[in-house]
Design a protein around this ligand. Structure first.
Ligand code: UDX
Length: 445
């Protein structure tokens, strides 16, 4: 089956909307990206990506040059020929864990006057079960005159840092619909990806997204609890995870112990699912625990340092890595924030380095901490190193250089980044990984 070129509009040019739009243009469709943020649209029109995401900018430029991809703030222009309109606006979180749907509802109302007969509105934003129907009603209420249109739930599963590759090579594509011809058209839109497509009801599609993220978050909290226990009983969590992961029923991924999950999805989606359960009279105690474990996991690293130094006041601590994961500058719910704040509360002097996220980190942590321009600048005269994000640059650090630079080479590795054999071989380094035996050098300190 050859590609049927479609006119697609994507409303929202954040991580999800932009990656989706660029990839749909890359596979041959005509795509208009629409956003209310004029500065962002202007940047995109210059061929520059407002977010750091590997592979994104070259694909953006390539498809703009080809004429497949265009950006605008105008719904009238952006929706002019749109057969499929993808809603990919942000769905942030209210204080009580519920989802703030105001951007989505706003976009639905605004697009209604520009909707063409037989067009399809696809919700890609993560939304609670039932939202699709609410959006349909809202659009109907704001149509200048009645027309026929369909709604599809098509949740995204892309990870920041590998958004382009995840979008072009998805494990599966979920299409939730009420109407089979609309679902077939969305399936045809994705045809060049040759992905496994699953058709479900709209409610199931909406739930698949929450259930998937909550399950992955639970897997991480579970392995973090196992890691904490490993430390007490002398087991090695990496060996345990490898042994578990080879069981196909368990799977090897998302078993990396550390300082907990962050980002824009897991923290928000777990709380939203909990809220949804409560509203429907269900006590989802397991998910409650997943969240509670994740809340305390980052602070265990600080606890280890307190145990080691007794008093952290006045100690100089170097933080390596600030973003919630490597290959992104995103600081949302990054464990580094909690850790930096706790260290400051305990009177330490914090200096941080991150290859990409410093500017965004400054927006969160301001000048409460110092920022270094390199690993080596951060480590100079430090009493301890906290490794918080597993950037490739940190994995390649020559640990022998650490010894000469730091006041005392004591490493608290929140991501099990360093090679323990190399650490063992270094005469002086004291090393505290997660879920594994610490490497202590008796007599040095
Ligand atoms: C996640 C989902 O993976 C994606 O499908 C969804 O659509 C959006 O949310 P993302 O938040 O970009 O993607 O990153 P992900 O790679 O899933 O990592 C999330 C967090 O979990 C990070 O803080 C990461 O460090 C942590 N994590 C992940 C672990 O601590 N251990 C692991 O084994 C895996």
């Amino acid at each position: 089956m050859s590609l049927i070129k479609m006119n697609i509009a994507v409303i929202g040019t954040g991580y999800v909307g932009l990656s989706t739009g660029v990839c749909l243009a890359e596979i041959g469709h005509q795509v208009n990206g629409i956003d209310v943020d004029e500065a962002k649209i202007n940047e995109l029109l210059q061929g520059s990506s407002p977010i750091y995401e590997p592979e994104l900018e070259p694909l953006l430029q390539k498809n703009m040059k080809k004429g497949n991809l265009f950006f605008t703030t105008s719904l009238e222009i952006g929706l002019k020929d749109a057969e499929i309109i993808i809603l990919a606006v942000g769905t942030p979180q209210h204080e009580d864990g519920s989802v703030d749907l105001s951007y989505l509802f706003g976009a639905a109302k605004d697009l209604a006057p520009h909707l063409k007969n037989k067009s399809i509105v696809v919700i890609k934003s993560t939304v609670p079960v039932g939202t699709n129907h609410q959006v349909k009603k809202l659009i109907e209420d704001h149509l200048p005159h009645p027309i026929a249109f369909d709604m599809i739930s098509n949740p995204e599963f892309l990870r920041q840092g590998s958004a382009i590759s995840d979008t072009l090579h998805p494990d599966r594509i979920i299409i939730g619909s009420l109407e089979s011809s609309a679902a077939s058209k969305v399936e045809a839109m994705y045809q060049p990806l040759h992905a496994s497509i699953i058709h479900t009801s709209i409610e199931s599609a909406e739930m698949i997204k929450y259930a998937s993220n909550a399950f992955l978050a639970t897997k991480i909290s579970f392995i973090n609890q196992i890691a904490n226990l490993c430390e007490s009983v002398g087991a090695d969590v990496e060996d345990v995870a490898m042994g578990m992961g080879m069981d196909k029923r368990i799977g090897a991924t998302f078993l990396q112990a550390g300082i907990g999950y962050g980002g824009s999805c897991f923290p928000k989606d777990t709380k939203a699912l909990l809220h949804m359960a409560k509203q429907n009279g269900h006590h989802f105690s397991q998910l409650n625990e997943t969240i509670a474990i994740n809340d305390t996991q980052p602070l265990l690293l600080v606890k280890k340092a307190v145990n080691r130094f007794t008093d952290l006041k006045g100690k100089k601590i170097a933080l390596l890595g600030l973003s919630f994961k490597p290959e992104t500058d995103d600081m949302r719910e990054a464990p580094s924030i909690k850790i930096a704040q706790k260290l400051l509360e305990l009177g330490t002097v914090v200096t941080a380095y991150d290859p990409i996220a410093i500017d965004r980190a400054k927006q969160v942590l301001g000048n409460s901490i110092h920022y270094a321009n390199s690993v080596w600048e951060a480590l100079k005269d430090a009493d301890a190193l906290f490794l918080l994000t597993e950037w490739g640059e940190f994995k390649r650090i020559d640990v022998t250089r650490v010894t000469g630079l730091m006041k005392q080479p004591i490493i608290f590795d929140g991501r099990n980044c360093f090679d323990t054999d190399k650490i063992e071989a270094c005469e002086k380094i004291e090393y505290y990984p997660v879920g594994k035996k610490a490497i202590l050098k008796e007599g040095f300190y």
